[in-house]
Design a protein around this ligand. Structure first.
Ligand SMILES: Cc1cc2nc3c(=O)[nH]c(=O)nc-3n(C[C@H](O)[C@H](O)[C@H](O)COP(=O)(O)OP(=O)(O)OC[C@H]3O[C@@H](n4cnc5c(N)ncnc54)[C@H](O)[C@@H]3O)c2cc1C
Length: 395
């Protein structure tokens, strides 16, 4: 029987969760590559840059707990152990309704396609974003650049902020991560004994002025100034402009715009949602195309609850459903697997932590065995990271 050809574009969270769910881990990982040659039903190709980044640990660069090397994995050995072909290239177009992926290194055909191409950011929303702000969402290098500028300041005003894209009815943005950055910045400056020389502001046009809750309490406890409801008209040299044009001084701005899908998809046969994502249904299928699936930050949700975010955690749930459904369609059946909506992340403040959790079915994380507010969650968050990176590096 000829093996079905599956192409996976991207080697981030969504794609690696998808692969993990499509190919169960053998009992003896040492012989994995050999066993998969004998048993694999699929001929898999991954198109990407070969470099996996564990984004959730980037805020910890601020307190010197993580470096680029700690959170980056060369993913090629992981793929080799699974007998998966790797193509070091970028996808630039899709043809034949998704059956052919055009890349910077030629064309690759498939029987089924999975897209895990991650986010793009709406940097044009606020003029000056690209030139005058740093974002942890642009990866380890951008965070290192922010920190080296911070290192050069003996005092100053730092603004930390985010904007969300809610046009698809869910939260396409990085709110929690920016709260985490503000709190870790407070911790780091206190550790250096210079906290009183800095003002830290948290701003977002998407948070109502006067909003209250556990996160707001944590920010206020740390003396972080809340600029909820604030959106600058532009970022400029040395600061930003208020909507009425008044100049506001900011020595450094760490800011994340809203999330959408990468621009090149708009020039392909892929359907695009109102908010600029790849338009997928609740089975993870790209609407209107056969045997094409997408998950993670590049895809919208069908009928989402308004609180559901883009997260690695959601990427896991979505990729799992997409993998099961792809198996079904390749067997000639119909997709039947949907996924749960869940917001779940640990907000690490280093001297404290909060488990932010909302689930469509009200189930608590891990059957409620962990506290929701405790410094111990810092260790739990690190343990998740270590386990996942161990899996990618060795299993
Ligand atoms: C600072 C920060 C902190 C975070 N903290 C958390 C957290 O605590 N918990 C949580 O659940 N989530 C967290 N997230 C969110 C999480 O990292 C994302 O939701 C997750 O990375 C999405 O996975 P993805 O596969 O869709 O995208 P990515 O992980 O970004 O992967 C996209 C992949 O596609 C590749 N790619 C892109 N374009 C192409 C192309 N044209 N051709 C080939 N390959 C391409 C990229 O190289 C990459 O390999 C955080 C994010 C950031 C930035």
């Amino acid at each position: 029987m000829t093996k079905k050809k599956i192409a996976v574009v991207g080697n981030g969270f969504a794609s690696l969760f998808f692969i993990g769910d499509l190919l169960p881990l053998p009992v003896f990982p040492l012989f994995a590559a050999f066993l998969r040659r004998l048993h694999s039903d699929y001929d898999l190709t991954v198109i990407g840059n070969g470099r996996f980044v564990y984004f959730p640990a980037i805020p910890e660069f601020i307190i010197g707990k993580r470096t680029t090397a700690d959170i980056t994995v060369d993913i090629r050995p992981f793929l080799w152990r699974r007998n998966i072909r790797f193509v070091d290239a970028k996808a630039i177009d899709l043809q034949d309704g998704g059956r052919t992926v055009i890349t910077t290194d030629g064309a690759y055909t498939n029987d089924a396609l999975f897209l895990g191409i991650g986010p793009a950011f709406t940097v044009d929303d606020i003029p000056g974003t690209g030139a005058y702000t740093f974002s942890p969402c642009n990866g380890p290098d951008a965070m290192e650049a922010f920190l080296s500028r911070l290192e050069g300041l003996s005092e100053g005003v730092v603004y930390v902020g985010f904007k969300l894209n809610k046009r698809d009815g869910f939260v396409a943005g990085r709110g929690g991560q920016m709260y985490e950055c503000a709190c870790l910045l407070d911790y780091a400056l206190k550790g250096k004994g210079v906290r009183d020389k800095f003002e830290i502001h948290l701003f977002s046009p998407d948070i109502e002025p006067g909003a209250a809750g556990a996160i707001t309490d944590s920010l206020l406890e740390r003396g972080i100034i809340l600029d909820y409801g604030y959106e600058p008209k532009a970022f400029v040299e040395g600061g930003m402009l208020d909507p009425d044009g008044t100049f506001r001084k900011a020595d450094l701005v760490l800011f994340t715009p809203g999330i959408t899908a990468p621009d090149w998809i708009r020039r392909t046969c892929l359907p695009v949602s109102e908010g600029g994502h790849i338009d997928v249904d609740r089975y993870g299928r790209v609407k209107g195309l056969e045997n094409v699936f997408a998950a993670g930050d590049c895809g919208n949700h069908e009928n989402p609850p308004p609180w559901v975010p883009h997260q690695a955690h959601m990427a896991r749930l979505r990729s799992n459903a997409a993998a099961k459904n792809m198996r079904e369609v390749l067997r000639g059946g119909n997709p039947t697997h949907t996924y749960r909506f869940e917001l779940s992340c640990i907000l690490n403040m280093e001297n404290d932590a909060l488990w932010m959790h909302v689930a469509g079915d009200d189930k608590p994380p891990f059957r409620g065995i962990f506290p929701r507010h405790s410094k111990k969650l810092v260790t739990v968050k690190s343990a998740f990271e270590r386990l996942y990176l161990f899996y990618l590096r060795h299993l």
